[in-house]
Write a protein that binds this ligand. Structure first.
Ligand code: URA
Length: 238
């Protein structure tokens, strides 16, 4: 769809107003300023007007408290999926924003907004994910520095982005990470000679798992909560 039409459809601005705003360099697509009204955008693009993300109307956004034993896949031949815990129309349109392992519990975001689903887990959105974890071995206080500097995971060429470790006890900690690499938290602890034995996601960006939600329950997000996911939350704010 043309950019000017897209903006007009998700705001109450006229096409004329939109053209003026484009001329004034007020619009970015995936972080790049775009002035061309005919620029083609789709669901995967992140369109911002004066720094505010524009979402297409009618999308649905949920938080779910994932129990152990469920996978965050659209379909799975062997295991139950988190979608089996939900009862909504057009379930096939819903997808998870940032998967958790089968044995990880906690906050899972679900939506049919493709742009949002890609943006929330992306490191560039600076949406920190905070995990509460238990380990098999004593947590060495030096891990905090190692995680802040980044560690190499297996054969991967890039270190992990700076992460914040808050040690709560000999075997318990909070870890906030920006990325969502495969088994990232477990592999980070593996890289420092420890092993995660339980993992629970408490927060994504400024959004906390609702303590009223029992495992397996879910609810729709409020507008404020949807926006909170995009808040440029630093680790300290989580
Ligand atoms: N890191 C992991 O190792 N597992 C998860 O489920 C999430 C983050």
């Amino acid at each position: 769809m043309r950019l000017d039409r897209y903006i007009a459809s998700v705001t109450d601005l006229s096409r004329k107003d939109v053209k003026r705003l484009l001329k004034d360099a007020s619009v970015t697509v995936d972080g790049e300023c775009v002035r061309d009204p005919a620029f083609q955008v789709n669901d995967e693009h992140s369109v911002e007007l004066d720094g505010q993300n524009l979402r297409a109307p009618g999308h649905r956004y949920f938080m779910l408290h994932k129990p152990e034993g469920y996978v965050c896949a659209d379909k799975d031949r062997l295991h139950a999926t988190v979608f089996e815990l939900m009862f909504e129309d057009n379930m096939e349109r819903l997808h998870v924003a940032g998967r958790l392992d089968i044995d990880t519990t906690g906050l899972v975001l679900v939506s049919d907004d493709g742009q949002w689903i890609h943006r929330v887990p992306s490191p560039t959105s600076q949406c920190f994910k905070r995990y509460r974890l238990q380990t098999a071995e004593l947590i060495d206080p030096r891990c905090a520095k190692r995680f802040a500097e980044g560690v190499y995971l297996g054969e991967e060429k890039r270190r992990t982005l700076p992460a914040q470790l808050e040690i709560l006890g000999e075997f318990e900690a909070l870890l906030s990470i920006q990325e969502g690499r495969y088994h990232q938290v477990k592999r980070m602890f593996g890289a420092v000679g420890n092993r995660v034995v339980s993992l629970h996601r408490e927060a994504i960006g400024g959004l906390m798992l609702d303590s009223d939600l029992e495992e397996g329950e879910y609810r729709a997000l409020s507008e404020d909560e949807i926006d909170a996911c995009f808040a440029q939350a630093g680790v300290d704010e989580l």
